[in-house]
Design a binder for this molecule. Structure first.
Ligand code: ATP
Ligand code: MG
Length: 576
C-alpha cells in the first residue's frame, strides 16, 4: 500500500485522558478513535494488527483441537437465570430488552450460551471431548474503563469452552489450552509469564493467568527467586507465622489517649512507632453488612481472600459514613478489642505473631497499647487475609517472593461442573448414566494485546511493533519526489511485495522529517530510507526496535530484508 492512500490519521498530541503510553500512542499513531468511555473504533492499521493476532490464535487453537463457532452477542436472560448469574453478575452486565419486553444481556462472556448449544446436541460420551471457541466483541460495563484498549467496556475477546466426560479428560483439555496459550503469546512476541490465579466469579478451582510484564500493568504478580512458582498476588496463600509467646507476667494492655490519630501515619508519629507495630482495621460492606478485617499495620488486605473467607457475593470497602451509621463504631479508632456489636470481625493470622501491638480502642481519640494478640484475641476468627509482598516466603517452600506488574492477556480456568450442574447439561456415559459435562473456559484479551505489545515495545518517538503483529512489516520511505530516487523506492516496494513481505511505500508529498516521525510513531519494524545515496546504490536501513540505522547496499537488499522478516514472523526480534 501507498501511505498516500492509507487512512493513518496521526496526531501530534495525545488525548487528554491518556494515562498510559499505549493509549496515547494508539490514538496518536492513528490506530483507534474513542466513541464513548471504553468504546473505540478500530481504524485500518489496528484492524490489520488485530487480524494477525487472531490468525495466530486460530492456528494454535485449531492445532490444539478447538473449533471456531460464533455465538450470539445478545444472550437471552433465561440462560443467565439458569446459571444464577443474572442476579450475581451485578452492574457490569449490560441488560437490554426487546420490543416485547423480553430480557437479554450483551454477552460479557459466554458460558451460558455455549452450554445451551452443547447440551442440545451432545448427548453421548462418544461425542466428547468438544472444545468450541469464538472471537467476538464483548461488553462489560466496567466501573472504570481506562487506558484505551487495556480496559474497555466493549472489547474483543477470544473465548473457548471445553467439554469432557470426566475430570481427567478436562485436565487434558486444560493442559492442551495452556500449552497453546504459551505458543500464542510467544508467536506474538510478548514477554509474558503464566501465573497461578484466582478464578473470580466464573468459579472453578484451577486457573492460570498469562501476564505480560509491564510497569503500567494493573495486576501485581509474584515470582519466587528460588523456584518456578509464580502467581497473581491475589491468590498467594501465606502460611501463618508462629504466634508470639507470652507468660503470666506479660503486662496487660492499657487504653491511652491519642488525639487526632485517625490514620496509621499520625498514630505512628505520636507513638514513635512503625506501622508494623500497629493493627489496622479495614472496614468492608459485605453483602450489605459491616465487616471488619484486622491486619498488621504495614500490610495490605487481600479482598479475594476476604471475600472467600466471609462467603459473600459482593464485597466493597465500606464508605466511612455508612459504616459509622450502621455500626455506631468510631471510624478511625477501630480495633479488635471491645464491643463490636453485630459487626463480624476477621483477623489475619500474622497479627497473632505480633509480640505487642497498638490498636484502636473502639472509642474516639483513643488507642490500646501493649496488646498481645495471641493472648487478647482468643476466640477470634483467624485466617490468611493479607496480600503477599516482596520478601514473603514462597508458598511452595522454595525461595522468597518478588513482586512485578503485569497485564493480564489471557486466562484459563478449569470449571468443573459449575455450569453443567446449574444448567442441567448432561450426556450419557458408557454405562448409560446421565452425567454433567466437565468444563473448562479459556479467554484471551485480543484487543488488550495491542496495548500490552505497545507497553513492552515503544520509545519516546512512538510504537515498536513485533513483526508478528505489525500492521505492515516494512516501510519504504521515498525521500525524492520524482526521478531516479523515486523509481528505486518504487522498485524496492514492488520487489518486496512480490516476496509477500507486507510493505508500504511512503510516497507522500511531505518533508522527510514528517515521514521519519510518522514511521517511528506508527512503528514499522523495518524502514528503508531511499535518500540521496540511493542513486549510488546505498539505502539507509532502520531497525525500529533496536534503534539502529546503517547504510546497506541496494544490491541484495530485498533478499536480506525478506529473510529477516520471515525469521521474525515467529515472534522473535528483527536482525538484518
Ligand atoms: P480483569 O481482571 O482484567 O478484569 P477478567 O478476569 O475479568 O479480567 P476474563 O473474564 O478472564 O477477564 O476475560 C478474559 C480476558 O479478556 C482477560 O484475560 C483479559 O485479557 C480480557 N479482558 C477482560 N476484561 C477486559 C476489558 N474490560 N477490556 C479489555 N480486555 C479485557
Ligand atoms: Mg474483569
Amino acid at each position: 500500500m501507498r501511505v498516500s492512500h492509507l487512512h493513518i490519521p496521526t496526531l501530534r498530541q495525545p488525548p487528554k485522558d491518556a494515562e498510559v503510553v499505549s493509549h496515547a500512542l494508539l490514538v496518536r499513531a492513528g490506530f483507534i478513535r474513542k466513541a464513548a468511555a471504553g468504546i473505540y473504533s478500530y481504524l485500518p492499521l489496528a484492524v490489520r494488527s488485530l487480524e494477525k493476532v487472531k490468525r495466530i490464535i486460530r492456528e494454535e487453537l485449531e492445532a490444539a483441537g478447538a473449533q471456531e463457532v460464533l455465538l450470539p452477542l445478545i444472550v437471552p436472560a433465561e440462560l443467565w437465570k439458569e446459571s444464577a448469574r443474572w442476579d450475581e453478575y451485578g452492574p457490569e452486565l449490560l441488560r437490554v430488552s426487546d420490543r416485547k419486553g423480553g430480557e437479554f444481556c450483551v454477552g460479557p462472556t459466554h458460558e451460558e450460551a455455549v452450554v445451551d448449544v452443547v447440551r442440545r446436541d451432545v448427548r453421548s460420551y462418544k461425542q466428547l471431548p468438544v472444545n468450541l471457541y469464538q472471537i467476538q466483541n464483548k461488553f462489560r460495563d466496567e466501573i472504570r474503563p481506562r487506558a484505551g484498549l487495556m480496559r474497555g467496556r466493549e472489547f474483543i475477546m477470544k473465548d473457548a469452552y471445553s467439554f469432557d466426560a470426566d475430570e481427567a479428560g478436562a485436565q487434558v483439555s486444560y493442559k492442551a489450552m495452556f500449552d497453546a496459550y504459551v505458543r500464542i503469546f510467544q508467536r506474538i512476541g510478548l514477554d509474558f509469564r503464566p501465573v497461578e490465579a484466582d478464578s473470580g466469579n466464573i468459579g472453578g478451582s484451577l486457573s492460570h493467568e498469562f501476564q505480560v510484564l509491564a510497569d503500567s500493568g494493573e495486576d501485581r504478580i509474584v515470582s519466587s527467586d528460588g523456584s518456578d512458582y509464580a502467581a497473581n498476588v491475589e491468590t498467594v496463600p501465606l502460611a501463618a507465622p508462629t504466634p508470639a509467646a507470652f507468660t503470666a507476667e506479660t503486662a496487660a494492655y492499657e487504653v491511652i489517649d491519642t488525639p487526632g490519630t485517625k490514620s496509621i501515619e499520625s498514630l505512628c508519629k505520636l507513638m514513635k512507632c512503625s506501622p508494623a507495630d500497629t493493627i489496622r482495621a479495614v472496614a468492608f460492606n459485605a453483602d450489605g453488612k459491616p465487616l471488619l478485617v484486622m491486619l498488621r499495620g504495614d500490610r495490605e488486605v487481600n479482598d479475594v481472600k476476604v471475600k472467600k473467607a466471609a462467603g459473600v457475593a459482593v464485597l466493597e470497602i465500606a464508605e466511612a459514613a455508612w459504616f459509622a451509621k450502621t455500626t455506631k463504631l468510631p471510624v478511625g479508632y477501630l480495633g479488635p478489642i471491645g464491643d463490636l456489636g453485630e459487626t463480624r470481625m476477621l483477623v489475619d493470622a500474622e497479627v497473632l505473631a505480633m509480640p505487642a501491638a497498638i490498636c484502636g480502642a473502639n472509642e474516639k481519640q483513643r488507642h490500646i497499647q501493649g496488646v498481645v494478640p495471641a493472648r487478647d484475641l482468643a476466640g477470634a476468627e483467624v485466617m490468611d487475609l493479607r496480600m503477599a509482598t516482596d520478601g514473603d516466603p514462597s508458598p511452595d517452600g522454595g525461595g522468597t517472593l518478588r513482586t512485578h506488574r503485569g497485564i493480564e492477556v489471557g486466562h484459563v480456568f478449569y470449571l468443573g461442573t459449575k455450569y453443567s450442574d446449574s444448567m442441567k447439561a448432561t450426556f450419557l456415559d458408557e454405562a448409560g448414566k446421565e452425567r454433567p459435562f466437565e468444563m473448562g473456559c479459556y479467554g484471551i484479551g485480543v484487543s488488550r494485546i495491542l496495548s500490552a505489545a505497545i507497553e513492552q515495545g515503544h520509545d519516546k518517538r512512538g510504537i515498536s511493533w513485533p513483526v508478528a503483529i505489525a500492521p505492515y512489516e516494512v516501510c519504504v520511505l521515498s525521500l525524492a519526489k520524482d526521478g531516479e530516487g523515486a523509481e528505486i523506492a518504487q522498485t524496492l516496494y514492488e520487489q518486496l511485495r512480490a516476496q509477500k513481505i507486507e510493505t508500504v511505500l511512503d510516497d507522500r508529498d511531505v518533508r522527510p522529517g514528517v515521514k521519519f516521525n510518522d514511521a517511528d510513531l506508527v512503528g514499522w519494524p523495518i524502514q528503508l530510507v531511499v535518500g540521496r545515496k540511493a542513486t549510488e546504490g546505498q539505502i539507509e536501513v532502520k531497525i525500529r526496535h533496536a534503534g539502529t540505522r546503517s547504510d546497506e547496499l541496494l544490491d541484495g537488499l530485498v533478499e536480506r530484508v525478506t529473510a529477516a522478516v520471515r525469521t521474525a514472523r515467529d515472534g522473535s526480534t528483527v536482525t538484518l
